[in-house]
Design a protein around this ligand. Structure first.
Ligand code: NAI
Length: 256
């Protein structure tokens, strides 16, 4: 890679080492635009995602940063620049849950969820947008959640963070439209990833999921990460050239 050459476009997917993030990386595989696979703690899993992208015909690089840490986010963008790229397409996917009812929620449980899901998205956007505006080109897709639309007990921190992500999406679309930068969000319902494993590990949680799937989800099943990734890919594509400021719910009909 040539640092002196004019930087080329790249995709950055936060939390790309597993689950929905890995599926998004694979869906974004493109020989003309590499994918930077962000991870917080597991370089091996990020390298596995890079191999998945390569198998799909693309090129990928792993890049470490805890997105809740502004300095680490800045270092990540610097690393990408040093490799000869600028972030044209930013997918804010990194997210965590720390579920419990509000009465027993610790300040740490509140802050950590807001810090990763909402601050983390803003830190990446804040760092990416000056280059996007200057080049009058760019795409941002934020991964929200139906929990930010439809309330669930035990998730006030998560719901607040994801509702914040949706508001951030709409406000940014207003600010960045004039620069040709499109900003959208995808709000998944129940998707089969490790995020659901806590819920699945208890008998009650598994029962809740099965009952929800059978009774509350019109399509009668949980979603797959690839079913979120295909919508992200659409939002980043020319086919969505007049779509900005939208939250696309992908939940098998759960929220209708
Ligand atoms: P996951 O737990 O499998 O993946 C989350 C990824 O984010 C992991 O790779 C994790 O290491 C990374 N991450 C967490 N904190 C980070 C940090 N501070 N810095 C960098 N990376 C960090 O979960 P899943 O399901 O793939 O979640 C992806 C996104 O989709 C999240 O934003 C989540 O809130 C959202 N979502 C998931 C749903 C589901 O049912 N699985 C439903 C609705 C939304």
């Amino acid at each position: 890679m040539n640092i002196a050459a004019r930087p080329q476009k790249a995709v950055l997917v936060t939390g790309g080492s597993r689950g929905i993030g890995r599926a998004i990386c694979a869906a974004m595989a493109d020989p003309a635009m590499p994918v930077f696979v962000n991870y917080a703690r597991n370089p091996q899993a990020a390298e596995e995602t890079c191999a998945v992208v390569a198998a799909a015909g693309g090129k990928a690089f792993a890049v470490q940063a805890d997105v809740s840490d502004h300095e680490q986010v800045q270092r990540m963008f610097l690393f990408i620049r040093e490799q000869g790229y600028w972030v044209h397409t930013l997918i804010n996917n990194a997210g965590i849950v720390a579920d419990t009812i509000a009465a027993s929620m610790s300040i740490e449980q509140w802050r950590s969820v807001l810090a990763t899901n909402l601050d983390g998205s803003f830190f990446c956007i804040r760092t990416a947008l000056s280059t996007m505006s200057a080049r009058k080109s760019g795409r941002i897709v934020n991964i929200a959640s139906v929990s930010g639309i439809k309330a669930q007990p035990g998730q006030v921190n998560y719901a607040a963070s994801k509702a914040g992500v949706m508001a951030l999406t709409r406000g940014l679309a207003r600010e960045l439209g004039r620069y040709g930068v499109r900003v959208n969000a995808v709000a998944p319902g129940f998707i089969e990833t490790e995020m659901l494993s806590d819920l699945r590990s208890s008998e009650k949680g598994e029962e809740f999921l099965q009952q929800t799937a059978a009774a509350a989800i019109p399509l009668g099943r949980l979603g797959q990460p690839e079913e979120i990734a295909s919508v992200v890919r659409f939002l980043c594509s020319k086919a969505a050239s007049y779509v900005t400021g939208q939250v696309i719910t992908v939940d098998g009909g759960l929220s209708v």
